[in-house]
Design a protein around this ligand. Sequence first.
Ligand code: GLY
Length: 392
Amino acid sequence: MAQTFDTIKTYPGASNEEIRKAMEGAVAVVRSNLPEFTDKFESSNSVNGFYEPTDNVEWTTGFWTGVIWLAYEFTGDEAFKKAASIQVESFLERIEKKNDVNHHDMGFLFSLSCVAAYKLTGNEHAKKAAILAADHLAERFREKGQFLQAWGDPGEPKEYRLIIDCLLNLPILYWASEVTGDPSYADKAKRHIQTAMKCLVRPDNSTYHTHFFDVNTGEPTYGVTHQGNRNGSAWARGQAWGVYGVALSYRYLKNPEYIDLFCRVTDYFVEHLPDDLVPYWDFDFDTGSTEPRDSSASAIAVCGILEMCKYLPKEKADKYLEAADKMLKALIDRCANTDTSVSNGLLLHGTYARDSKENTCKNRGVDECNTWGDYFYMEALTRRMKDWNPYW
Ligand code: GLY
């Protein structure tokens, strides 16, 4: 164990002034990116510090639109609203034409772009796109096993599994039930999280990245990693998806079991942080390792803590809030970029994927910015400044 909640107390926290300055620095970078990234999106990760423009493909384009919406909320500047609204039309086209959507990542894509647009501006195209995305995600629910299948054609035996990341795709289902009055979306989300947390959380509170099911009986079979270091290790971003995913389901369902689950996965995350509080890409690695960091994992976990602490008893909330504050300060001090000649991203030192003997990845976006790291960093700053109404 690298940290305890007591050792974390000894680190500096971020002042309100530092938070505001960090947000201003981030928004300045976002503003300078708008001309290049309004009709196009930022690619998933930077290369040598810089994102390339891409069409609306992969699972990640919603993060950039979400970043623009956060900049709009912070500044009230119509230029941001205009750019994000242009991108909403691209998301409507994407879901109507079913472009690159044969996977579960409808929440990552459509909550931060279209649910955000609908909540902030009442955009009806955005509402339509987000409901179509929720319909599409709901079709991936497998009765045999009671889960949303992550990848591949629904029912395909080789891909009959869920992954921990999917917890962030559930809020669009809860939201769709709220706006349509049809409880079936939320019901699927509820059944998915019950299955997922039963399979994924290990007795030591670390988590599996993915878990397979028997296609004929629906019985859970075995857990493996896809992006972590080992099948038995805790991939840092996966653990963070667990922290935030449980918090978001608690927000909608208020199931008291999720409080304990949240504390377990969050304790593991916080107690395995290295000395400088920026996690390595997998919790197999600790202080002194030469392996790369994944700053995005910390940004995600901070957002999860800030969400869940709204519902925890004060003493418990204070303990987690203090840790989140120190983690955010470490991100500001060690990872924030405000120099557009160094990078057009916001949060340095992320890792998209790192190859290892047991995983199936190739190195990608190692020690680079990634769009979700940028997004969750800005969300965390926003949450620290005000009682924020989530896009989730
Ligand atoms: N959801 C995919 C990832 O975290 O890389």
